[in-house]
Design a protein around this ligand. Structure first.
Ligand code: GLA
Length: 400
């Protein structure tokens, strides 16, 4: 089983990155910024409906070694892609042939849009969040970039954590061109060790929820392609908006599905097509499941948390229709381990990862069940990670 990084390895990752910076730029960086990936415990597709989510930050992250410059140039080195890209802060234009650099350029663009005065910098980038796997490597690079730009420009206090998350989301929506919600960037900035984060995606109020010490998490990466994810994601968003528009005939006060109770949806289902009704049913129940999960975690009732995760997966599969044969196979393999308390797809769906809850110490038996069953059903070799809730974004001063 591949496991999360222990603290010793984390230090050596920054050391390796600093060495790569030196070799490429011929000078020392002054800081390393870190943006973690995330896994969502429950609350899927609720963020863009103004609802609730409950993610944790991962110990896997994107980090950037940085040296500010006197001019407006930004020179990037990607260690994993073995590629370099330069841009000017006064000429920020999406470049389709360097997608990884667009995340950094987009953040500069979104910070400038907020009136933050930036300086140029030399940057070496390295990440170990699995890419295109539903663990938010995009949010991780955006947040690491935002932390780097703010620190390099002496502007760390200029934005609050939620504001940094909004800047990173704006970069992804308007510069990179992906219509995501706020969850991924928010948890990447504001995650906290050993805690999940309950986020109200409308007000952006948030609350740390202690993640019980006797609980363990296993992430199964289907390694299946997510080719449908972009178009279907936008289609689901549009169907939710249509649901709101149609329900407003009877419920004029609602502005998002967040405002609709289970009873109101049932009383007005005749206003909706069968498909739009099922999409709305997922969102309305999923919001409640998030709140029920928080209560169960606070009561230490892990069996109940597991049941809610199972119900979330069924709803994502049957009502929201964002699961896939590979995700269903992964969830079934996880649940075949006798100690598995519950499992569900996590992230946007159509591929990527699933997450299982087990009593702490029981992770290996879920991993064994995945390796035993999943390849037989899908012909794909998966990856498995264990995780604990990690801290959010940070800046390490070199030599400090
Ligand atoms: C992706 C998006 C998030 C959220 C999830 C689904 O990860 O980036 O904003 O909508 O899908 O819950």
């Amino acid at each position: 089983m591949s496991t999360e990084l222990d603290p010793t390895q984390e230090t050596s990752r920054s050391d390796d990155l600093v060495a790569a910076f030196r070799a490429h730029f011929g000078d020392d960086p002054i800081l390393v910024s870190v943006g973690p990936g995330r896994v969502n415990l429950i609350g899927e597709h609720t963020d863009y409906n103004g609802g609730f989510v409950l993610p944790i930050a991962l110990k896997r992250d994107v980090r950037m070694a940085v040296r500010p410059r006197q001019d407006r140039r930004v020179r990037l080195l990607s260690v994993e892609y073995n590629a370099a890209f330069d841009f000017d802060l006064d000429n920020l234009v999406n470049n389709p042939s360097a997608q990884w650099a667009n995340y950094v350029m987009g953040v500069a663009w979104a910070l400038a849009e907020r009136g933050i005065a930036l300086v140029g910098m030399d940057v070496a980038i390295s990440g170990n969040v699995p890419r295109a796997s539903g663990l938010s490597s995009s949010a991780a690079i955006e947040v690491a970039a935002a932390m780097a730009f703010l620190e390099a420009a002496g502007q760390t206090g200029a934005l609050t954590g939620p504001e940094i998350a909004l800047v990173a989301q704006r970069a992804e929506n308007a510069f990179v061109g992906v219509n995501c919600g706020i969850m991924d960037q928010f948890i990447s900035v504001l995650g906290s060790e050993n805690h999940a984060l309950l986020i109200d995606c409308r007000s952006l109020d948030y609350r740390l929820v202690p993640f019980p010490e006797n609980a363990g998490l296993v992430i199964g990466n289907t390694k299946a392609s997510r080719s449908l994810a972009g178009s279907a994601y936008n289609e689901r968003r549009a169907q939710c908006e249509e649901g709101v528009r149609l329900l407003q005939a009877a419920l004029p006060e609602i502005t998002q599905l967040r405002d609709v109770s289970v009873e109101q949806l049932e009383a007005n289902k005749q206003l909706l097509s069968p498909t739009v009704y099922r999409r709305c049913r997922h969102i309305v129940h999923e919001n409640q499941r998030v709140l029920d999960t928080v209560a169960a975690l606070e009561q230490g009732d892990l069996a109940r948390v597991g049941q809610l995760m199972d119900a979330s997966h069924a709803s994502l599969r049957d009502d929201y229709e964002v699961s896939s044969p590979a995700l269903d196979a992964m969830v079934n393999a996880m649940r075949s381990a006798p100690n598995c308390l519950g499992a569900r797809l996590t992230g946007a769906g159509f591929g990527g990862c699933a997450i299982a809850l087990v009593p702490a110490g029981g992770e290996q038996s879920v991993a064994d069940a995945i390796f035993e069953r999943y390849p037989k059903t899908t012909n794909i070799w998966p990856e498995v990670y264990t995780t604990r809730a990690a801290g959010g974004a940070r800046v390490e001063k070199i030599g400090a």
